[in-house]
Design a protein around this ligand. Sequence first.
Ligand SMILES: [Zn+2]
Length: 268
Amino acid sequence: MPEGHTIHRLAARHAELFAGDKVTVSSPQGRFAEGAALISGTVLHGTEAYGKHLLHHYADERTLHVHLGLYGRFTDGDGEPPVPVGQVRLRLASDRHWLELRGPTACELLTPPEVAALRDRLGPDPLRADADPDRAYARIGRSPTPLAALLLDQSVVAGTGLIFVTEVLFRAGLRPTLPGRQLTPAGWTALWVDLVALMTLAVARGRIDTVRDAHLPEAMGRPARVDRHGGEVYVYRRAGAPCHVCGGPVSRGELAGRNLYWCPTCQR
Ligand SMILES: [Zn+2]
């Protein structure tokens, strides 16, 4: 599933393509036909991301909400939109650009109270200027749940997925299984600051890089990582491989059905 930086990039991209323009909206596949008809011909005022949720704000306080889930994917281009191929849930077109969405988990119109309810059920998003990390610590600081599970819970922190969570915990030297309530306020502040930095860099680069300069392939004389996620990381999907810091093997375990990765030496 895409992590928050991808959704923030999409929000910026869609604003660049369409903000301020009147758009024609349709649902070639038909599943969003009613909603599309309500916003078609109106102006897209702006876009924003909240965690893994993408919002388009249209005239008349109508908001399009998209959650990509595992299979959702946007494509876009210039000029006339192509003949629809496959299951196109949403198509957006202006005089200059087009956009298509296939396979999302959610593609729906929300009223202002529904948008407010969506925000209320999400934790602070490290990529948003209005994020309040204290809200997350109010949950984390009194929970017996493992830190990794708390950070993956979108109602605690929004936008973080497995890569950011495993990597930020490595960089902090914290075990993924540490109970939330054992994390000190200062420890949380440091984690949050690092999450903001890692996620902001990922927005700029369009991939997740978490390795400090001293541990980059060229600094260590090691081959670059080859992975469809692209970036240089410490432990994510590196089970059994040597830790870039201590050289010991990276461990893998399971937490609530998800793979976790950590270094037993560096994360005590
Ligand atoms: Zn290590």
